[in-house]
Design a protein around this ligand. Sequence first.
Ligand SMILES: Nc1ncnc2c1ncn2[C@@H]1O[C@H](COP(=O)(O)OP(=O)(O)OP(=O)(O)O)[C@@H](O)[C@H]1O
Ligand SMILES: CC(C)(CO)[C@@H](O)C(=O)[O-]
Ligand code: BAL
Length: 372
Amino acid sequence: MASKRIAQLDVLSSATALSTRAKILLSPCLSHSTPHSRTFHVFREVAPLRKHRRELLLKGETVGLVPTMGALHAGHLSLARQAAAENSRVFVSIYVNPTQFGVNEDLDSYPKTWDADTHMLGDLDKELAMDGKGRIEAVFAPTSKVMYPTLPPDSTLPGKGSFVTITPLGDVLEGRTRPVFMRGVATVCTKLFNIVEAEQVYFGQKDVQQTVVIKRMVQDFHINTKVRIVPTEREPDGLAMSSRNGYLGERRRKIGVVLSQALRAAEAAYRMGKRGRDDILALAWHVTNRMGMEQDALSETERARFEVDYISLADPETLDELEEVDASKGAILSGAIKMLPLEATRDGEKLGRGNDEVPVRLIDNIILGPQK
Ligand SMILES: Nc1ncnc2c1ncn2[C@@H]1O[C@H](COP(=O)(O)OP(=O)(O)OP(=O)(O)O)[C@@H](O)[C@H]1O
Ligand SMILES: CC(C)(CO)[C@@H](O)C(=O)[O-]
Ligand code: BAL
């Protein structure tokens, strides 16, 4: 039954990609007999989604929204799992939002894996059916014309259009290198929150600045939803899962773990009682400097070089950089590195998407929780 269902999803997900509202159906004889037979709707437009949402409301169902840009991986699934544990219905949005990408960023090459994404959600829904918890109810996959109905999405500054800006939270950290990023995120999330009207919305801790911005936005605009943050899913060596990791071939992938190693070293200093910025961050810099020097010493066909954009120790609410951590409040330890394109490849080397010719930005963080 499972494979039949997946095969149908496959065919229908492509077929429904252009329809206004589609329900991915199983054969009618299964539809009442087993919990597996129910599967999700795909909405491309706002009005039919709202109609469906209202019906759910009248039936007393609760909705958890998981906003994504697709290219789903285990990190996204953990958000959806938590949403299903805390709500009876889960909506997942899949939309690569142009306004959060700067004009020279990777919007055009951002991975789009619709068929694999719907398969993953179908499989997850099957798992959820066994658990007897909430289910995947719908995928919202709008076009840009739907999301930006009047003016085309603009990634320039100041830009033309209706924007939501959360300052100065959006200007620091990622915002320094990606000045339109948090404006784009706040804008598209406002739209998504208005459209879905979910009881709860789910975000990954991996994008920690985004979580702080969204929480502030919900508070400041009295948006009627609860923001839930889900811990970062990691690869076995500690690398935070990310849709962009697919751009890392074997060589860059191995070195990309340096960021999580650096943050973990700094975290250890905090756990051992260090509270001063230099005492904590020196350990992170030591890890990145050592790895950088090791790579520099190798030949072009052996090394993977990277640049550290920032390593930050910031207040958990204001994101102000801290000289000293107030242990009763804790802090956010975060960082970003740019994995540079390989300078030369070897015959038969396992390369990533884009042949390791594109720089890849990796971010990560650890919350230093309050300590007695
Ligand atoms: N490893 C992860 N663990 C938990 N949540 C994650 C993880 N990766 C992404 N998320 C969350 O999933 C949501 C959608 O993220 P998105 O679609 O941008 O994926 P991504 O992997 O973060 O992609 P990117 O490579 O662009 O950073 C966000 O709330 C994000 O924080
Ligand atoms: C929240 C989000 C889906 C908004 O486009 C995006 O920033 C992301 O995937 O983290
Ligand atoms: N998860 C973050 C989305 C972005 O980098 O644009």
